[in-house]
Write a protein that binds this ligand. Structure first.
Ligand SMILES: C[C@H](N)C(=O)N[C@@H](CCC(=O)O)C(=O)O
Ligand SMILES: [Mg+2]
Length: 361
């Protein structure tokens, strides 16, 4: 099974409501889709999210990276030699992790089809069902409380609350949410780099004193400030999870060895796909550091690849794969079944897609 052709297209999926973080506001998913066709007529699909404020990747840069840098390096290679393909993807250009992720995902889809096996079983096959949280966008405390009630009605047991725009309001936001939904639901916070280190410590200690019972806090400070991240980690009891500070396996190793965070958020769009995410899992296993498997604003296409990885590894204990749960519609036929919080894998080979609707190439 040889790589014959690589096509680049686009998918557009409307969201249920605007997605708002400390970094950006988005109304719909507009991602790049990679379609790889083999000489045997098999097709593999991948997706890249242009999250410029986090990865630096835009639709234009992703398309250019895939067409002009990655594709020429891998056309003609055998799918079964996945090691050579992934080496060439990594060496084709630096950074551009979302473009690399889209190609990596499509290659894994084909690798599974080649071996007639779902990907999660090839990677370890640890579980068949995973439970995701749902993200609540940063808005007024009243609106966030209403959105949280709605999410609980949909069955979510864990909510990921976006904060980081204004620390005084953040206390009010969490108070309003706890008043609205009580204490049976787990709350994790994501500040998306919005606080200063000292501000984060003061705020999180207040939240501890108020008994808000926060499961973890994601990326409290700016991505490059590892000293600041470590300061927060060492001065609060709530576990701190590194997100934007960790792209590569080298980043993960540095954070873990410096004890700059308690947990690592792995996202395919930051690692450049499954092959590098696996290296982070191995590093984390060595040090006993649990990981979250997260996503950017992505459709079910690339989130399905993350689902396969999350299902395969024991060290992944926290799931933030809510891209499809935030969407108004799902144009992807086949693949894992997303029923709000519950995601169930099946035994279809590769990623198991039947059709990608709404795809323009
Ligand atoms: C969608 C997911 N729950 C999430 O919050 N992901 C990112 C932000 C994604 C984006 O801006 O597209 C995160 O910071 O964890
Ligand atoms: Mg985050």
């Amino acid at each position: 099974m040889k790589i014959k052709e690589i096509q680049v297209g686009q998918i557009s999926v409307p969201l249920k409501k605007s997605f708002k973080t400390a970094l950006r506001t988005v109304d719909k998913i507009e991602d790049i889709v990679v379609k790889i066709i083999t000489d045997t007529g098999h097709i593999g699909y991948g997706e890249a999210a242009p999250t410029a404020v986090i990865t630096g990747d835009t639709k234009g840069s992703i398309k250019c990276a895939v067409e002009n840098y990655i594709a020429p390096q891998i056309i003609g290679l055998e799918i079964e030699n996945i090691e050579e393909i992934m080496n060439r993807i990594d060496k084709s250009l630096i950074k551009n992790t979302s473009a690399k992720a889209a190609v990596d995902i499509a290659i894994y889809d084909l690798f599974g089809q080649f071996h007639k096996s779902p990907i999660y079983k090839l990677l370890g096959g640890y579980r068949k069902e995973i439970i995701s949280d749902l993200t609540i966008s940063v808005n007024s405390p009243e609106e966030m409380a209403e959105d949280s009630i709605e999410a609980v009605k949909r069955g979510y047991k864990t909510l990921k609350i976006k904060v980081g725009l204004d620390s005084q309001m953040d206390i009010k936001r969490i108070q309003a949410i706890r008043d609205a939904i009580g204490y049976d639901i787990d709350l994790r916070l994501d500040a998306n780099q919005g606080w200063k280190p000292k501000e984060a410590v003061v705020l999180l200690r207040k939240m501890e004193d108020k008994g808000f019972n926060i499961e973890l806090v994601e990326q409290p400070v700016i991505a490059n400030d590892l000293e600041g991240l470590k300061y927060v980690t060492q001065n609060v009891n709530i576990p701190i999870l590194a997100d934007e500070s960790v792209f590569s396996p080298v980043d993960a190793l540095k954070i873990i060895q410096n004890r700059a965070a308690d947990l690592i958020n792995i996202k395919l769009m930051k690692t450049g796909g499954i092959h590098n995410a696996l290296k982070i899992c191995s590093i984390a296993e060595v040090y006993g550091v649990e990981c979250m498997l997260g996503c950017m604003l992505e459709s079910k296409l690339s989130v399905s690849a993350a689902v396969h990885l999350a299902a395969s590894k024991k060290i992944i204990t926290k799931i933030d794969l809510d891209g499809p749960g935030l969407c108004k519609e799902d144009p992807i036929e086949g693949g894992p079944e997303f029923k709000d919080y519950k995601i169930t894998l099946n035994d279809e080979p590769g990623l198991g897609f039947k059709n990608i609707g709404n795809l323009s190439i």
